[in-house]
Design a protein around this ligand. Structure first.
Ligand SMILES: [Zn+2]
Length: 215
């Protein structure tokens, strides 16, 4: 999508192990979005002349602008001085994104893990990476892979794994009306893919975190 928010770039500085996420998205035109939202509602025969809905087109514009604007963050890494070599796993990271087919939300949890190599990442950054890639029109499969690929490229761990579970409102509130259904996707790279023991450990830990369903 040329000119779209997906044009954000991640720049990896070669000399220093400093990573910086740079946002290069064009300015969002809220006024144009508000007008378009009003036109959309009018075309759908939704009247916006009541007190409650007069500002709805402006609120719609701001809401979607927020969906498509990730908060900037610096994915700081640290040398793995202690030589920690076991799995690092952040479970049940809440996330929300917008499906690119219907522009409706999908909401769920992410389990993100890696087997450290020479560097480790601040733990809170795992959630921020998910948030970063979720802040654009997405499909769950691509979002899963982008987070795993980012970890692999930026951190060069021995392996990385991402499992996403989400409810897609385009499936649960319309169409199939499959209320309560969850879609699970996973991407495993490096040793988490090739080493059966590491793979089993990661998947078991990610799975155990979801038993009992969503809170
Ligand atoms: Zn959809």
């Amino acid at each position: 999508m040329p000119g779209h928010a997906a044009d954000r770039e991640i720049e990896i500085e070669a000399a220093a192990p400093t990573l910086r996420v740079i946002h290069t998205e064009p300015q969002i035109d809220l006024a144009a979005a508000e007008k378009a939202a009003a036109d959309l509602l009018a075309a759908l025969n939704v009247r916006t002349d009541s007190d409650g809905m007069r500002d709805t087109p402006a609120r719609m514009a701001r809401a979607y602008a927020e969906f498509f604007t990730p908060r900037p963050f610096e994915p700081t890494t640290f040398p793995n001085d202690e030589g920690y070599d076991e799995l690092v796993l952040a479970r049940r990271i809440p996330f929300r994104s917008i499906c690119e087919h219907h522009l409706l939300p999908f909401v769920g949890v992410a389990h993100v893990g890696y087997l450290p190599g020479e560097r480790i990442l601040g733990l809170s950054k795992l959630a921020r990476v998910v948030e970063h890639f979720a802040a654009r029109p997405q499909v769950q499969e691509r979002l899963t892979k982008q987070v795993a690929d980012w970890l692999q490229t930026s951190l060069n761990p021995r392996g990385a794994g991402v499992v996403l579970e989400a409810e897609h409102t385009c499936m649960t509130m319309r169409g199939a009306l499959a209320r309560g259904s969850l879609t699970t996707t996973s991407t495993l790279v490096g040793a988490l893919r090739s080493d059966s023991r590491a793979r089993a450990e990661f998947l078991a830990l990610a799975q155990s975190s979801t038993e009992g369903g969503h809170r």
